[in-house]
Design a protein around this ligand. Sequence first.
Ligand SMILES: [Zn+2]
Length: 79
Amino acid sequence: MSQTQCPGQNMMFWKPGDIFEITCPNCHTQVEFWKDDAQRRCPGCGHRFPNPKLNEGCAQWCEFADKCLGLNRSVAEED
Ligand SMILES: [Zn+2]
């Protein structure tokens, strides 16, 4: 139970670049996204739009993706 969380989801490992601003497609306000946000609501116009980085899939950008994806197999492969 303690080993099931993806290490990339642990904020201990987050860096400043993991929080970024995306321009609202509706009113061009800068909206702050966190890398694991599925969507955000624009504070300027209330428009909800998805996190473009999340669409890439976490394995595309997460530095722990290899550890995470191999989590269930790593014991067998390391030995
Ligand atoms: Zn907006």
